[in-house]
Design a protein. Structure first.
Length: 394
């Protein structure tokens, strides 16, 4: 085993063996305080064979003795999710200091990188692109929400972290939902979340999760996990992502006159799973809790009426007023894409739109102001041409 090196600020060996595989960490793929650290690596069987590009996600939440258990738990949960729009989890890997979840690494980019590229060239993503991506994610969520264990018992899984950095587009236009590490489910033997810790991305959290802390139910064990938590929370999160794609800005960014001088504010003692470098959790929570139908209507004034209706229903503050299943949201988005006067839009069109955006954004003058989260996406990442790594998206 080689000497430890700094990969994304984590104590990790550059090369190590775990189980039947040998791993070589190449560089960080994501190293940002607001998101899970992801490491780009290659994997090869110890007896030899082809190299495979993978993503290693270090497990950071919990005491040292819990890290291995949390990695195995995420791998176990992923075993019940088999859908083309859900990124594959290949297993787990361990060193003396670190536990990793090993994830598939297809050629592509995270949605946040694509959204940032559009902003960097002064462009907006097309309505067709936004509806297509959201429909594909909704299809993945519908599968996850219906997942059952080996005995056929519903898992009642909730992703809890749907956001632009958990949605990935392959170079072929295929959309995949990634990273179920923050998911809530009724899988037996799961490790409880530390108290007063908000899992997932607080910028896309459903209001019922936040209200659970303000006004907990009598039978509520965890103030941030309401007893009635279900897949409709993910629908709200996806609705925010859809609106952000359509507006080319985060919907709850200033001006924020609505949340000044609030009589009731979200308690500051609740902490996020990781500290936000942009806004305090308290500020984000207050904005989400007071983002109602009137604000959604104002934000969507320039959108086509079918999209306005879809966004408005997905973002209703009360779960009972939203789409009741992700499949319903998927179907309405696909109806919009197939509607009269709407040009056909699918993977082929998404691929062409993203290629155009990144072709423009690769201008070196524009790159200097580009907010890098996914490292190496502009220009084309040098590791995308590694001869010995398999082409997963072909």
């Amino acid at each position: 085993m080689s000497e430890p090196t700094d990969s994304g600020g984590l104590p990790s060996p550059l090369d190590f063996e775990s189980g039947s595989h040998r791993y070589s960490i190449q560089r960080p793929l994501v190293s940002h305080p607001d998101y899970d650290t992801l490491l780009l690596a290659s994997r090869q069987h110890v007896r030899g064979g082809p190299l495979k590009r993978v993503i290693l996600k270090p497990i950071l939440l919990g005491e040292e003795r819990e890290l291995r258990a949390r990695a195995l738990e995420e791998v176990n949960l992923s075993g019940f999710l088999r859908h083309p729009n859900i990124a594959r989890v290949l297993g787990s890997a361990f060193t003396e200091e670190m536990a990793y979840v090993v994830m598939d690494m297809g050629h592509g980019r995270f949605l946040l990188s694509i959204m940032d590229a559009a902003v960097s060239v002064g462009s907006k993503l097309s309505h067709g692109f936004a509806a297509y991506v959201a429909a594909e994610v909704a299809d993945a969520l519908d599968h996850a929400h219906r997942a059952v264990d080996d005995e056929g018992r519903p898992l009642h899984l909730v992703h809890r972290a749907v956001g632009p950095m958990r949605i990935r587009l392959g170079y072929n236009g295929r959309v995949q939902l990634t990273n179920f590490g923050a998911a809530w489910s009724e899988l037996m033997g799961r490790i409880p979340t530390p108290p007063r810790t908000l899992r997932g991305d607080p910028a896309y959290t459903a209001p019922e999760i936040l209200r659970g802390f303000e006004k907990p139910k009598a039978d509520q064990r965890d103030p941030l996990t309401p007893p009635a938590l279900d897949g409709r929370a993910d629908i709200f999160s996806l609705g925010l992502v859809l609106l952000e794609m359509l507006l080319a800005r985060y919907p709850l960014d200033p001006p924020d006159r609505l949340w000044h001088d609030l009589e009731q504010r979200f308690p500051p003692e609740v902490r996020g799973e990781r500290p936000s470098s942009l806004l305090p959790l308290e500020t984000l929570a207050n904005r989400l809790l007071h983002f109602g139908p009137e604000e959604v209507q104002q934000a969507t004034e320039e959108l086509p009426e079918p999209l306005r209706r879809i966004v408005a229903r997905a973002l209703r503050p009360e779960p009972a007023e939203r789409y009741q299943t992700a499949g319903q949201l998927r179907d309405e988005l696909r109806d919009f894409l197939q509607g009269a006067g709407q040009q056909p839009y699918g993977a082929k069109q998404a691929k062409a739109e993203v290629n155009r955006l990144f072709g423009e954004a690769s201008d070196l003058d524009k790159l200097q102001a580009y907010p890098i989260v996914e490292i190496g996406v502009l220009p084309v990442p040098p590791d995308m041409d590694l001869e010995n790594l398999d082409e997963l998206d072909d």
